[in-house]
Design a protein around this ligand. Sequence first.
Ligand code: FCB
Length: 478
Amino acid sequence: MPESAQTANPVTFPPAFLWGAATSAYQIEGAVREDGRTPSIWDTFSHTPGKTAGGETGDIAVDHYHRYRDDVALMAELGLTAYRFSISWSRVQPTGRGPAVQVGLDFYRRLVDELLAKGIKPAITLYHWDLPQELEDAGGWPERDTAYRFAEYAQIVGEALGDRVEQWITLNEPWCSAFLGYGSGVHAPGRTDPAASLKAAHHLNLAHGLGTTALRSVMPTRNSVAISLNSSVVRPLSQTPGDLAAVRKIDDLANGVFHGPILRGAYPETLLTATSKVTDWSYVLDGDLRAIHQPLDALGLNYYTPTLVSAADADPKAPRADGHGASDHSPWPGAEDVAFHQTPGERTEMGWTIDPTGLHDLIMRYTKEAPGLPLYITENGAAYDDKPDSDGRVHDPERIAYLHGHLRAVRRAIAEGADIRGYYLWSLMDNFEWAYGYEKRFGAVYVDYATLARTPKSSALWYSQAARTGTLPALETA
Ligand code: FCB
């Protein structure tokens, strides 16, 4: 039966399953110049003409820094049981090094206390793309020292919040930081240097390993440390050897470059060979792989859409349709012989094809590759062009269908033996969608950008019912 079809049987989740929503600091907080915060690479990038849609920035975003109490109250009203948010590094350590600013940490202490008081489990992401600008000026992620700076920062935040937050995520989607930030340049800091992007990937891995060790040195052992990867589900256009080789290459560049060292302590040989014209990997120093290969307590998977590839000669003029923004520079170093294709089917406002089977396949892959490791879906969701009706209500049946289909895929994976402990909808509310500015609305809660008023969309109410009952409501009740 197709994923989107209704079933007579209720789709019910285990009682301990977490029903969460996710956000990140730069996308929601605003207050970018308050309480000692200094610019991050995203402040600089968004203020650079031509980098974001309409020149939009996160200066105000959705003003969560001042409205966090109301936002937590709203989450509680919706019955959410978990909330994943990120810490703004330059709010806590304005120069990216040295002692912490207590007012910065106090904001997160208050946020966490508010969540705990409402029975919502906080999950902290330490790094969701907003490197302090001073560290970028010193070389950014292609520079080894940035990994040590991250470990110091992780220790500071672990010391401050480790007593009350059990779930920790070191990095969010290091693929985007490395390859969109330093390869295609569509994300901050906007550099377009393929060799630097691979170097950045290695130092992000090192940051994850050193950060994990630093967190564990200061936190109670009951706390869980994970990483959130946007592992791609890479599929071949056909079964020809050329197309299968393209899958291998992109799978290495999207996934193996991170999960190789993190889960197995080695970069895939095929990755090293495929990128040998771009870099010699001489920055992987003795002991690095051991430092990166730390045991994890869980793995976070972010999923939106699958990736369809072929050998480039299948259609040499095809535009790169990998869904990662327009740039003359590819985020895929050494993959000039690969072509990207649009997966057939309905798409969201991002142009991303809706395919819940990809989420199921991703979960089953890591269930096999990392046996015994608990999994969380740390992001999943869809952008639509939502608008309030004349009564001020926001109906978003497409998002409900998207969530329904993907949650069913999660449930199917659980039935097949996957250990998935929770799901974080991206996103709690509409927010600053990076290079797309405020054009793309991913929220379950609508934000009126003129007044910053929040209105739960019908998908929020649908998801709320799922969270309260542990069973997916039927589509027609939404
Ligand atoms: C992910 C990011 C998140 C958001 C969603 C749509 O790649 O982690 O911040 O932008 O995509």
